[in-house]
Design a binder for this molecule. Structure first.
Ligand code: ZN
Length: 274
């Protein structure tokens, strides 16, 4: 089976493209709703190695969307371990490592580069996204993935998602205005600051960190956009689009036409190669 495994995609982008994909070893941070889709697709595409990091464990409410989960999996099982099992079942030749680790702690304790050209940011918190961007800027290409479901006063919510491919040439999620400043503040605040803010707004502190709705279909669209741009770039099909946005209420995917902002706290040096 091995020699024929990739035959249908080699028809698309050639043996050389497949070899380039095999030579990648992407790092996927977040193995939840979006990350588990990304991991599955990278495994099927035929990357040579995969490094997976996720701090969380399985909860019963994840069963509607976590790719690779079995009905027999108990709550409390590490999501990183579930993702590792998924990869091994798809292709045991992939060199996969999975760690259950807090992303901010990982960033703070890290004393060497990530050792990869590709980082997929599939976390669900803009504070963690920003820290990750800060860490990656100037190095590997970052593909930042997010879905969004925004309640409306009447009727069903607005829904969609987006990816941002940041490689130093076209800005980053920060200057492209994709992060929520308030969410960043909440995420990076300590317990006292969170308590102060909660009192100011008259809500419980945990409500400031509340997770939104999540559905397998939306996660799958965003993950597919991310992996498709990865494939296009690595296999030499075309340059990746810096931002692709899925607007669920209209049923369209659009590439951002916004001009590149003049300067950015996070990617100026990356842009100039400094
Ligand atoms: Zn930027």
């Amino acid at each position: 089976m091995e020699s024929l495994r990739f035959e249908r995609q080699v028809r698309f982008f050639g043996e050389e493209g497949q070899r380039k994909i095999r030579n990648t070893k992407p790092l996927v941070i977040g193995a939840g709703g979006i990350g588990s889709h990304v991991i599955q697709q990278l495994a099927f595409l035929g990357v040579g190695a995969l490094h997976i990091i996720d701090p969380d464990v399985l909860e019963k409410t994840n069963a509607n969307r976590l790719i690779g989960v079995n009905d027999a999996d108990q709550a409390g099982k590490s999501k990183a371990a579930i993702a590792e099992r998924l990869v091994r079942r798809i292709n045991p030749n992939i060199d996969v490592t999975a760690e259950q680790q807090d992303v901010l702690e990982l960033i703070e304790s890290r004393d060497q580069p990530f050792g990869t050209d590709w980082v997929f940011s599939c976390v669900d918190d803009d504070g963690v996204r920003l820290k990750l961007l800060q860490e990656v800027a100037g190095g590997p290409t970052l593909i930042d993935c997010a879905t969004e479901v925004v309640p409306r006063e009447e009727g069903l919510p607005n829904f969609g998602g987006r990816i941002c491919v940041a490689d130093g040439t076209d800005g980053c999620p920060y200057c492209r205005d994709l992060y929520d400043e308030q969410e960043i503040r909440h995420s990076l605040a300590d317990a006292d600051e969170l308590q102060d803010e909660a009192e100011r707004y008259g809500v419980a502190p945990e409500e400031l960190e509340d997770s939104g709705p999540s559905v397998v279909t939306l996660n799958g669209i965003v993950a597919s956009l991310a992996c498709n741009e990865f494939m296009a770039a690595v296999a030499g099909i075309r340059k990746p689009k810096p931002i692709l946005e899925y607007r669920g209420n209209y049923g369209i995917v659009a590439a951002s036409q916004d001009p590149l902002p003049d300067s950015c706290l996070y990617c100026d040096d990356w842009r100039t190669g400094a």
